[in-house]
Ligand binder design. Structure first.
Ligand code: ADP
Length: 441
């Protein structure tokens, strides 16, 4: 029986609806396949990476797949760089869009501040333009505006550890699918970065255990050496074998120096025990550190001159008053100066410099001695750490660790720069008080 016109029309509509549904289903299927293959490729690429920055670099390759994404960046903590504890790695995907970098950086930092308590200052962030895709031609005359911007936090165990941002000069580039793609990349990168950190922590824990057992054998040796020397010279004198007053004085001086060395070792051990048990305290008071510095430097004049080392002082005539524990601060200065002289060659020079800039005071101790190999630099301030065979000079590897605790308890920072064979500079900062006036010490 032939169909009535109206019925034919219904059929057409129905088949159109079915076709539309099928097309939609096919598109959705493609999208699902697309996103699952992306997830597969991304996790495959990230799974074997052991270095957080390589994770960032791979994740940036995937952000390139976001349509119209012209610039993207990863902000993550950089534990190896106390001067600039945040690292922003930026990649530009289109020629001529470099001018979006400062805007993207600032907006990412702002976004980070709003989601976490981390205080980040732009000058404390190292901004690295990722080399791989950097355009070979810089079209700086193009001044584009960031018209689309999205920022997603990297959240690890309920803590914000960084931020991913993407930007474009095009308007409204984000739809639901793109946001999903961004979340996938961000989540996978967070897992990979957190794995890298876990592996680093495990390695550090193993290293710490190894250092601890080395320390026990070290410290026994360190305590025994001065003790042997004290007992040896005392015995000789008690047996009346040193009648000459000049030699007696020489021996007594050795005994005195060795007892002082023993006393310092024991003080360091007590500090470590206080630090481990949480009983380490500093007692701050409002004071000038001019006298403290002068006192610490002068206490090394005779040791330096014995080695023919000149101590240069670049210390301003006036220094602001600070809220500090003078005794503890002296301990830090003594540690840095003693290392600088210990690791300097005879006839060298050591410079002590103090500078007041912005909101902090900075002290630097520079030597031109044996220097430190680049690979051990990240471990210098660790408990029990000593460079093996550092010119056969003894030590328990506690001085720098304790110094770091003291400076950080004052709200300051301490770090080292060095080149093997050329010398080292150890620096620390102390925050200036709001109320502090100038003092002539
Ligand atoms: P210690 O308490 O045994 O003196 P520190 O913690 O002060 O140890 O220093 C740790 C290690 O760092 C030293 O064993 C030495 O190898 C290295 N070091 C510290 N300062 C210097 C320096 N100025 N030049 C070269 N090496 C240094």
């Amino acid at each position: 029986m032939p169909l009535a016109d109206g019925e034919r029309g219904n059929d057409k509509e129905e088949s159109q609806v079915i076709t539309n549904h099928m097309n939609e289903y096919a598109t959705q299927k493609e999208e699902i396949i697309d996103s699952s293959s992306l997830l597969y490729e991304l996790s495959r690429d990230l799974v074997s990476i052991l270095d957080g920055y390589q994770v960032v670099s791979v994740a940036l390759n995937y952000l390139a797949k976001v349509p119209d994404c012209q610039v993207a960046g990863f902000l993550v903590e950089d534990n190896a760089n106390p001067e600039q504890p945040w690292r922003f790695t930026v990649r530009i995907y289109r020629l001529g869009w470099e001018s979006l970098v400062p805007q993207l950086t600032q907006r990412t930092i702002d976004a980070m501040q709003t989601v976490s308590e981390h205080i980040i200052q732009l000058n404390k962030v190292s901004i690295i333009v990722d080399g791989e895709r950097q355009p070979d031609r810089v079209l700086s005359q193009v001044n584009r505006e960031l018209r689309s911007f999205a920022s997603l936090p990297l959240i690890m165990r309920q803590q914000v550890i960084g931020m991913v941002s993407i930007g474009s000069g095009e308007k409204s580039i984000f739809n639901e699918g793109i946001v999903r793609l961004l979340s996938t990349i961000t989540n996978q990168a967070t897992i990979a970065i957190s794995n890298c950190r876990y592996i680093e922590q495990m390695a550090a824990a193993r290293q710490s255990e190894r250092l601890k057992s080395e320390f026990i054998s070290n410290i026994s040796h360190e305590l025994r050496t001065p003790l042997h020397s004290i007992r040896g010279f005392t015995k000789l004198m008690l047996q009346g074998k040193v009648p000459d007053p000049g030699t007696q004085k020489e021996f007594l001086t050795i005994i005195d120096n060795q007892s002082e060395h023993l006393g310092k070792l024991i003080d360091n051990l007590l500090d470590i025990s206080r630090l481990e048990s949480g009983r380490f305290q500093i007692q701050k008071r409002h004071m000038s550190i001019k006298n403290t510095t002068q006192d610490a430097v002068e206490s090394f004049y005779s040791l330096a001159s014995e080695k023919g080392i000149v101590i240069n002082e670049d210390i301003p005539a006036t220094l602001p008053e600070l809220e500090v524990d003078g005794e503890r601060l002296r301990q830090v200065m003594v540690n840095l100066l003693s290392n600088a002289i210990k690791f300097s060659n005879d006839g060298g020079s050591v410079t002590v410099k103090i500078e007041v800039k912005d909101s902090e005071l900075m002290m630097q101790v520079t030597d031109h001695g044996i220097g430190i190999l680049e690979e051990v630099m990240p471990h210098l301030f660790e408990r029990f750490f000593r460079v093996k065979d550092s010119a056969g000079v003894g030590g328990a590897g506690l001085g720098l660790y304790i110094s770091k605790q003291i400076i950080e308890a004052h709200g300051g920072r301490i770090w080292a720069e060095s080149k093997a064979g050329e010398g080292s500079t150890f620096s620390f900062t102390l925050p200036l008080n709001q109320a502090g006036g100038d003092s002539h010490g």
